[in-house]
Design a protein around this ligand. Structure first.
Ligand SMILES: [Zn+2]
Length: 378
């Protein structure tokens, strides 16, 4: 059973509340609290799952992620710091799944009565949203869950459909060389910010394939900067999950969890996906394709992660760079930041426009088909 109504589970709920009380007697603050929230998202450890969910629910009522109601597809504008970001809202009703086990409330308030528990992975048909709370029918009654705990089934595909059309190509000359620098495994504030500084100073864009579990604490500011600077947000799963070593049915979940963390931070969903380690078999390709995502691989790999030699990384990229290339690097090493700080102005000097993967696809009219691999766009 996917939706457990209160009865025996009331005991579980009461036990959970007792655990919460204990939890909040601990001096949790800042990044530690974030880490606890992140563990809740991962659903581990099993015995503490509901405790963590409840603690987040009861203390975080300032949810800003909800669609502000409305029944039609379209866009709305949300504030993110000083920058206004267009965000897609979905046509109702749509099917969504629970990111983790969460209480179903009878009203759109965290202190309202609890109707039951929505299990992790349970599907519901969302009828509308009220100030961050998704409403659906359960057992003939209306139930409410904070939107942040539900992910629409067609989330990424729907966002891509809209966001792809929003790419600003006015600054790109499609007749001149362009190259897509991509950075994996971050964000890591002290490294990622150096790369962003250089892109900002030189007027270039890049694509960042992030681990959702790293979109926490100080790293969140990096993601906001990426959006503000026109960089592209990429999905690299939640915890660098190798897709060939998890059950195929879990692929959707590890991709969605990354998407969720990014969207919670900047109200913009990742638009491209890179499988960790580049691992991709037939089953993986079709699972990723079902999410509406192409798999962005690469055509230049300077092995920055193994050599940790900025000179080598710089030289390999400069020697191989051609119009339409996709370069693989990692914004988790200081040495890569050093190489990028030299590469970004040098590539521009050599006549390359530094574009995101999607900008390059749109400028070159290169088809990015869900589930297909993209190595370069020469
Ligand atoms: Zn990686």
């Amino acid at each position: 059973m996917i939706i457990r109504l209160l009865g025996d589970s009331n005991y579980v709920y009461q036990q959970s509340m007792k655990k919460i009380s204990k939890l909040f007697m601990l001096p949790l603050a800042g990044s530690v609290a974030w880490a606890v929230a992140a563990c809740g998202v991962m659903g581990i450890p099993e015995g503490k799952k509901e405790t963590v969910v409840e603690s987040t629910l009861e203390t975080d009522t300032s949810d800003e992620s909800g669609n502000a109601g409305g029944d039609a597809a379209g866009t709305e504008t949300l504030a993110s710091d000083s920058k206004k970001i267009e965000r897609v809202s979905f046509p109702y009703p749509y099917t969504a799944r629970a990111l983790t086990a969460v209480n179903i409330h009878v009203d759109s308030e965290s202190d309202s009565d609890v109707l039951g528990i929505l299990d992790e992975g349970a599907a519901v048909s969302v009828e509308r949203n009220i100030e961050g709370w998704d409403q659906f029918s359960v057992d003939g009654k209306s139930g409410y869950v904070l939107k942040k705990y539900l992910i629409p089934d067609d989330y990424i595909a729907m966002n891509n459909q809209f966001l792809g059309a929003d790419v600003d190509l006015s600054w790109i000359d499609p007749t001149k060389p362009m190259i897509a620098l991509t950075f994996d495994d971050g964000p890591k504030a002290e490294v990622t910010n150096r790369i962003l500084d250089s892109l900002e100073a030189n007027g270039g864009h890049a694509t960042f394939f992030m681990q959702g579990s790293r979109v926490v604490g100080d790293n969140n500011n990096c993601v906001k900067r990426m959006v503000e600077l026109g960089c592209e947000l990429g999905n690299h799963t939640y915890t660098h999950d190798y897709l060939d070593s998890i059950p195929v049915e879990d692929i959707r979940s590890v991709i969605r969890k990354c998407d969720y963390m990014v969207e919670e931070t900047v109200k913009v969903a990742p638009t491209v996906f890179r499988p960790p380690g580049g691992n991709r078999s037939g089953d993986i390709a079709s699972a990723v394709g079902n999410l509406g995502l192409p798999m962005i691989i690469w055509s230049i790999d300077p092995l920055d992660y193994s050599t940790k030699d900025p000179d080598n990384t710089f030289n390999v990229v400069m020697e191989k760079a051609q119009d339409g290339d996709i370069v693989l690097m990692h914004d988790t090493y200081e040495e890569t930041a050093e190489a990028a700080e030299r590469l970004i102005p040098a590539l521009k000097e050599k006549g390359f426009q530094l574009v995101t993967v999607t900008e390059m696809a749109q400028a070159k009219k290169y088809p990015m088909i869900p589930g297909n691999e993209v190595y370069h766009m020469r």
